[in-house]
Design a protein around this ligand. Structure first.
Ligand SMILES: [Zn+2]
Length: 170
């Protein structure tokens, strides 16, 4: 099953090994190693990029993320842009711009899906998820969120994807 989903996962695993990453993943260090600059901008003030939360310029090796994003949203957006870059999602304009979720509509194209799969596997690698889960008798959502430093929503989706059960504290 070598479709775009598998390719995106493989690419994330390759990068994780190649750059000796560990969780929580230090994306700023990774972008430095890849020679990609990261800047925060206020997209709402940029014509043509209003309603975006991230974009990457391929030739310039530059990623821009919206200054309003929460730390965990910023992390996922950054990983998503890296996905477009490393999976070589080329466009005529030489850049890839991501609209905010609320402006994107429900239908994602395959490149967007691939970049999200890449981001999820990079930040929450399957083997690390399963390993952590096996270390606890009563694993909780909080344990996972703290370990990987991602949003509760992203982690919920990921746990469900692997059918890993977590317990609620209280
Ligand atoms: Zn994207």
């Amino acid at each position: 099953m070598n479709d775009f989903r598998e390719l995106a996962k493989e690419k994330a695993r390759e990068v994780f090994e190649q750059y000796n990453l560990s969780v929580p993943v230090d994306l700023l260090k990774l972008t430095q190693n890849l020679n990609i600059s990261v800047s925060e901008v206020a997209f709402e003030r940029i014509d043509g990029l209003k309603n975006c939360d991230g974009c990457i310029f391929y030739k310039e090796n530059a990623i821009f993320v919206d200054v309003e994003l929460s730390p965990t949203r910023l992390k996922f957006t950054l990983a998503n842009e890296l996905g477009h870059y490393l999976l070589r999602h080329q466009t005529q304009e030489g850049m890839y711009a991501d609209k905010k979720a609320s402006y994107r509509g429900k239908d994602k194209n395959n490149e967007e899906r691939a970049a999200d799969i890449f981001a999820a596997e990079l930040l929450m690698p399957e083997h690390e998820m399963r390993k952590l889960h096996s270390e606890y008798v009563y694993p909780t959502l909080e344990i996972f969120v703290k370990h990987f430093l991602v949003s509760v929503e992203a982690m919920r989706i990921r746990l469900k994807e692997f059918n890993l059960e977590v317990y609620r504290v209280k």
